[in-house]
Design a binder for this molecule. Structure first.
Ligand SMILES: Cc1cc2nc3c(=O)[nH]c(=O)nc-3n(C[C@H](O)[C@H](O)[C@H](O)COP(=O)(O)OP(=O)(O)OC[C@H]3O[C@@H](n4cnc5c(N)ncnc54)[C@H](O)[C@@H]3O)c2cc1C
Length: 467
């Protein structure tokens, strides 16, 4: 039997999260065959890990058009577009039905451990691009498998690789040894066991993004609830407090995202959390009573805490892509053409230029990092960005460059602009008024493939802040 030609091979999609499943839907829509490999036991495994967290995007902003087109004949209807799903609802009411439709195109319990060109390691040029990709898979039952692919879309996210507490990006000294009292997730305080761990306790929250805001607000709720008295947050910030510290508030075009920052501010204002600014954690020591003491690079020692919640962002796992020739930005570990558009040193307003297959391409033809993973270490990724990325990538793999290049997306702005969202001298007051500089863009509704044109026409190109 003749070996299949490369074009007869599937497109391997790594990860059955929102972006990976959308990629599969767009590939099917293009008459291409996807094979989605998901390490977890179910589709949406990472999203299910934060089931208890309510999204700050509405249903109207987290359903992919090609997925909706695939789901519609089954009688599936999108929940009220103006309401906000939790991670669990997103997984149960959208990701799982979509995975069910895609059927055996998805393999769960299948961890991708390596991707390369068949018979060509990273060095070898000889007719490299004529070789199909070879993908190594470790199955949950211990089997290993090689899968061949015409292209590879890596939508494996960054959930599995949270950043550490250390102010230098490394795990702080003693951080690993203190793992029993440290979590890298927003705790589910509705779970009685988890609640017991934080109720009446002093908890450090390290980080300054949406997840840190969520953790601070939920600790404040606990403090004002039955059995939660004495619950106290200690908010650890590398920066000083300024107009943008709590996000864009009412200026945020995602009101629920803005509300997160305001809830965190209320937690501080109402005394449920103390903010410790300009603090870069260097070491975590254990006190004689087993509690943890955080030491700063500037020599400060904080009063002991019972628990530490580290929410300092995520970073991509690139280990299984080592045999490929990727073009990644040295700061963000994001594709070099995308990085300048999302670099938090330059941008904090959340806008990003419409981008697609070209910005997501690498020296290695036919491989794309998409979704949360495409942002590398940069914050502010939104699901709708991933959906537009995979629409463009699927069109490019199908050879429809016209459609692939016609990327259309305008993102709701955070309401805070001005770069250097990461580092400054403690207590230095930032001059910005916190407001956003560009006129409010028209939001583009995610429409079924082929009907997007009109909507995009209305949207002004680009965002703010040097764009
Ligand atoms: C708490 C939280 C709240 C968020 N809220 C919003 C919001 O309101 N609005 C918004 O637009 N965005 C939000 N996001 C950001 C983003 O949209 C989500 O993280 C989204 O889940 C990203 O989708 P993804 O498919 O790119 O990655 P993921 O959802 O992380 O999916 C990646 C999948 O790949 C699998 N995987 C990983 N490694 C491998 C491997 N080696 N082999 C096989 N499979 C693998 C994982 O198990 C996972 O299922 C939020 C993120 C978090 C963490």
């Amino acid at each position: 039997m003749n070996a299949p030609t490369t074009d007869q091979l599937p497109v391997v999609v790594v990860g059955a999260g929102p972006t990976g499943l959308a990629a599969a839907a767009h590939l099917v829509d293009r008459g291409l065959e996807p094979l989605v490999l998901e390490a977890g036991p179910t589709a949406g495994a990472a999203v299910r890990a934060w089931s208890h967290v309510r999204l700050f995007s509405t249903w109207g902003e987290v359903v992919d058009p090609a997925a909706e087109k695939l789901l519609a004949p089954t009688g599936w209807t999108r929940p009220d577009a103006a309401t906000y799903p939790s991670g669990g609802e997103w997984a149960e009411s959208y990701l799982q039905p979509l995975a069910d439709i895609l059927g055996d195109r998805i393999r769960t319990g299948a961890t991708v451990t390596g991707v390369s060109r068949t018979g060509r390691d990273r060095i070898v040029d000889a007719d490299r691009e004529q070789q199909p990709f070879v993908v190594h898979v470790a199955h949950a039952d211990g089997r290993e498998e090689r899968v061949f692919a015409r292209a590879v879309i890596d939508a494996s996210g960054t959930w599995a690789t949270p950043s550490p507490a250390g102010g230098s990006g490394l795990a702080a000294l003693g951080e690993k040894a203190a793992a029993d009292r440290i979590t890298y997730r927003v705790p589910d305080l509705k779970d009685p066991v988890v609640r017991g761990r934080y109720a009446g306790k002093r908890t450090a929250v390290i980080g300054s993004g949406a997840s840190a805001f969520t953790a601070l607000a939920s600790l404040a709720d606990l403090a004002t609830s039955d059995g939660g008295a004495e619950t106290k947050g200690v908010w650890i910030l590398r920066r000083g407090i300024s107009g943008s510290t709590f996000g864009g508030g009412e200026a945020d075009q995602l009101p629920a995202r803005g509300a997160l920052g305001l809830a965190a501010k209320a937690a501080v204002d109402e005394g449920h959390a103390d903010a410790v600014t300009g603090f870069r954690t260097e070491a975590i020591e254990r006190a004689t009573d087993g509690r943890l003491v955080l030491l700063g690079e500037d020599g400060r020692r904080l009063d002991p805490v019972d628990e530490v919640i580290v929410l300092t962002g995520f970073r991509p796992d690139l280990s299984f892509l080592d045999e490929l020739r990727l073009g990644l930005d040295e700061r963000l570990q994001a594709p070099v053409a995308l990085a300048p558009l999302i670099d938090p040193n330059q941008h904090s307003c959340g806008t990003v230029y419409p981008h697609g297959h070209r910005e997501l391409s690498h020296p290695e033809q036919g491989v794309y990092l998409v979704g949360m993973k495409s942002y590398g270490r940069a914050p502010t990724f939104l699901a709708m960005t991933g959906y537009e990325q995979v629409r463009s990538v699927a069109a490019a793999i199908a050879g429809d460059l016209g459609s692939a290049d016609r990327v259309e997306l305008t993102l709701p702005e955070t309401g805070v602009c001005g770069g250097a969202g990461l580092f400054d001298a403690p207590d230095a007051q930032e001059g910005d008024g916190g407001g956003c500089c560009a006129p409010a863009p028209q939001l583009v509704q995610l429409a079924a493939p082929g009907t997007v044109g009109a909507a995009a026409e209305k949207a002004p190109a680009g965002g703010c802040c040097g764009s």
